[in-house]
Design a protein around this ligand. Structure first.
Ligand code: HDE
Length: 712
């Protein structure tokens, strides 16, 4: 940067922001001026006129035609006519929450980014989670990748980390993204299926594009049906750079690790939830925050020194590859807590505009060709989705720093820029706003001066050429039950593909290169011959297994925030319910009492016991575990109640912990079930620890073969 131009440093900046946003250090405060509360306010038109009658259009006589001059009716209907904006092309279905990020310590050796220096500082964040394929109103629990987008409102500007819950992607080059998305979206002729990839065009594309193999096996794994948004890992996917105050750059991969552990639904449960509670994930996040169970993630990075760029058997710039944590462990940087639900879904969740190109000093891009394309796409899509180039002025998107530049006008401009110039340099407005030097004291953004000396060509690097060894590593790192789920998922999805040549191509040219056993099992389920060899030589990866990839190793070890359904009818033993609730509370978990209807029941001791909902209203798929208290009369009633019996059977089928207290033991005989590590009869208070241990295991995987015999 030329030193001849007038520049500004941090101390000069104080007090120059006429909108007084510069002194605001939390997003909540910065949003305050835009929040609107109608309590004790008169109903008015958009022009501020008080409305006397909001029930009747102005007409010529009580039975006559409506009059065009009714500006109140016209204004209301006109606004209504334009209440919808285009949904996101991908990631349309989502939900979001506010929170904060706090660094553990100063990470100055790694980066000069200000939000990673001061452990006493809370940086506001807004997070949006999403599915990819389905439209805005589609189900939460479909098999899909989840978006995990975080906007950090830092003192140096907004940093958007727009990631997913899987660490790799389907393609290596941005130019293929429209092809991929057109293939995975519903079929063009009939717009089926909504929210899923089990159809011909998706499998046609991915079976023709082997670079997708690694990501597709992640999408066929349990990771694609997360239990909740709170129990998902997040990944930046691409390699980024972090740059310290001395200008030293390191490559980094970004990670989010949930304190609730990483775990999933089971497939039958996911499918049922998609119908019974379309909003399952957004409701869970909302309720957790309302209850004070604030979801938390640890933010961390894998750090690769600049000189180690080429030391791996894959290319760091290839977004279809991950760096096994066993090779480069994650360095924890800080913690993110989500502690506030949005006030208004549209204004915040729908209008938030993320862009991987929103970075701050101390962070920079790598040459990953997928990332490079994304840098363009996100701003571009906001221009049509949010109606012009001023979407950064929407309250949810506003930086908490002052924003001054020569950019002017355009649709929906809301800032009233004072001053007589909109260009730089100028001498009329004293040269303001001025550039800032890039030194660490001043904070002007400077791109990392990477040396490039190359031909301008359209060519994929040879180092991007291996598409199967990491897919194999992933498969081999799975526990036995996770492998079974992957086989079942490929079989289910390919079973929905109508064209046999597509099924066969996926089995013979993709799966056979990942693992012959996997290919043979899927082939059998599709009625195809098992392939006897792969079609390419797959290089041996430097690791045979990466335990960090298996969700079996990612449980939190506690039962915090887990939910237990307590099934009751008249005559139930009230005392054991009290004891259970107390014990659960001590562990940070929750119980809900469910009756045959929503009406209260009477306990064996003759007390009135309020119920939280009916068993039909909150089915077993909404819970982590089931507890059936004793009481002869209650168990007699439940034993004759199909909804209650189905409740227990379904929880059994979904491999959940079930505790049967006192007379509830009879349900074992009635339902022909055998006790196991998670099906605990005679569950008095002394068995609570065993019950809780089973809940902490998330599922009773050993039960899975038996549970297959239970009708869905
Ligand atoms: Fe996106 N992506 N994407 N994507 N993406 C969008 O931006 C795009 C990719 C991701 O909650 C769009 O505002 C291209 C990878 C998330 O608002 C669009 C390419 C990853 C979200 C777009 C990719 C993502 C989006 C649609 C390949 C994980 C939702 C609406 C070059 C690292 C953000 C929008 C939110 C959204 C383009 C690939 C994550 C069209 C061109 C890889 C989480 O701009």
């Amino acid at each position: 940067m030329s030193n001849k131009k007038p520049t500004v440093n941090k101390s000069q900046l104080a007090g120059t922001d006429t909108l007084d946003r510069g002194n605001t250090n939390t997003k909540l405060e910065s949003l305050e001026q835009f929040r609107s509360d109608a309590t004790e306010q008169a109903l008015r038109t958009n022009q501020g006129v008080k409305i006397a009658d909001n029930q009747n259009t102005l007409r010529a006589g009580a039975r006559g035609p409506s009059l065009l001059e009714d500006f109140i009716m016209r204004e209301k209907i006109t606004h209504f006519d334009h209440e919808r904006i285009p949904e996101r092309i991908v990631h349309a279905r989502g939900t979001g929450a506010h929170g904060y990020f706090q660094t553990y310590e100063a990470h100055s050796a790694l980066t000069k980014a200000g939000f990673l220096q001061d452990p006493s500082k809370k940086t506001p964040v807004f997070v949006r989670f999403s599915t990819v394929q389905g439209p805005r109103g589609s189900g939460d629990t479909v098999r899909d990748v989840r978006g995990f987008a975080v906007k950090f409102f830092t003192d140096e500007g907004n940093f958007d980390l727009v990631g997913n819950n899987m660490p790799v992607f389907f393609i290596q080059d941005a130019v293929k993204f429209p092809d991929f998305v057109h293939a995975v979206k519903p079929e063009p002729h009939n717009e089926i299926p909504t929210g899923g990839s089990a159809h011909d065009t998706f499998w046609d594309f991915v079976s023709l594009v082997p670079e997708s193999a690694h990501m597709v096996i992640w999408a066929m794994s349990d990771r694609a049906i997360p239990k909740s948004l709170r129990s998902m890992q997040g990944f930046g996917v691409h390699t980024f750079r972090m740059i310290n105050a001395e200008g030293r750059s390191s490559f980094v991969k970004f990670h989010w690790r949930p304190s609730a552990g990483t775990c999933s639904l089971v497939w039958d449960e996911a499918q049922k939830l998609a119908g019974k509670d379309t909003d399952y994930h957004r409701r869970d996040l909302w309720e957790a925050i309302e209850m004070g169970d604030y979801p938390e993630w640890e933010f961390g990075v894998q750090i690769i020194a600049e000189e180690d760029e080429h030391k791996f058997d894959f290319d760091l710039l290839d977004p279809t590859k991950l760096i096994p944590e066993e090779l480069v462990p994650i360095t924890p940087l800080g913690k993110m807590v989500l502690n506030r639900n949005p006030d208004n879904f549209f204004a915040e969740v729908e209008q938030v505009a993320f862009c991987p190109g929103h970075i701050v000093p101390g962070i920079d891009f790598s040459n990953d060709p997928l990332l490079q394309g994304r840098l363009f796409s996100y701003t571009d899509t906001q221009i049509s989705r949010l109606g012009g180039p001023n979407f950064h002025e929407l309250p949810i998107n506003r930086a908490i720093t002052p924003v001054h530049n020569g950019q002017r006008d355009g649709m929906h401009r809301s800032t009233i820029d004072k001053g007589r110039t909109s260009y730089e340099p100028n001498s009329i407005d004293g040269g303001w706003p001025k550039e800032t030097p890039s030194g660490p004291e001043d904070g002007g953004f400077e791109s990392y001066p990477e040396r490039i000396d190359a031909y301008k060509i359209r060519q994929r690097s040879e180092s991007f050429g291996d598409h199967f060894s990491q897919a194999r590593l992933f498969y081999q790192s799975m526990s036995a039950h996770e492998q079974e789920h992957i086989i079942a998922a490929y079989s289910f999805e390919l079973g929905k593909v109508e064209r046999e040549f597509i099924r066969a191509r996926q089995v013979n040219e993709i799966l056979a290169n990942i693992d012959l056993e996997l290919a043979a099992r899927v082939a059998k389920n599709l009625g195809l011959p098992a392939p006897t060899a792969g079609t390419v030589d797959v290089p041996k990866p430097s690791l045979e297994k990466s335990p960090a990839l298996s969700q079996a190793n990612l449980l939190p070890g506690d039962i915090k925030t887990r939910k237990v359904a307590v099934l009751v009818a008249n005559g139930v033993d009230g005392a054991i319910i009290e004891a259970l609730k107390k014990a659960l509370k001590a562990e940070g978990a929750h119980a809900k009492v469910l009756g045959p209807t929503s009406a209260p029941v009477t306990t064996a001791a003759g007390k009135t016991l309020p119920v939280d909902a009916s068993m039909e209203g909150l089915p077993s798929i909404a819970f982590d575990a089931v507890f059936v208290p004793g009481g002869a009369q209650s168990i007699k009633a439940l034993s004759a109640d199909g909804v209650a019996l189905h409740y227990v059977l379904e929880a059994y089928k979904h491999l959940k912990a079930i505790a049967l207290n006192g007379e509830a033991r009879q349900l074992l005989v009635l339902l022909k079930l055998e006790a196991d590590a998670g099906l605990i009869p005679d569950a008095d208070a002394s068995k609570f620890p065993a019950f809780f241990a089973a809940i902490a295991q998330h599922r009773v995987w050993a039960r899975e073969p038996k549970a297959k015999a239970i009708p869905a």
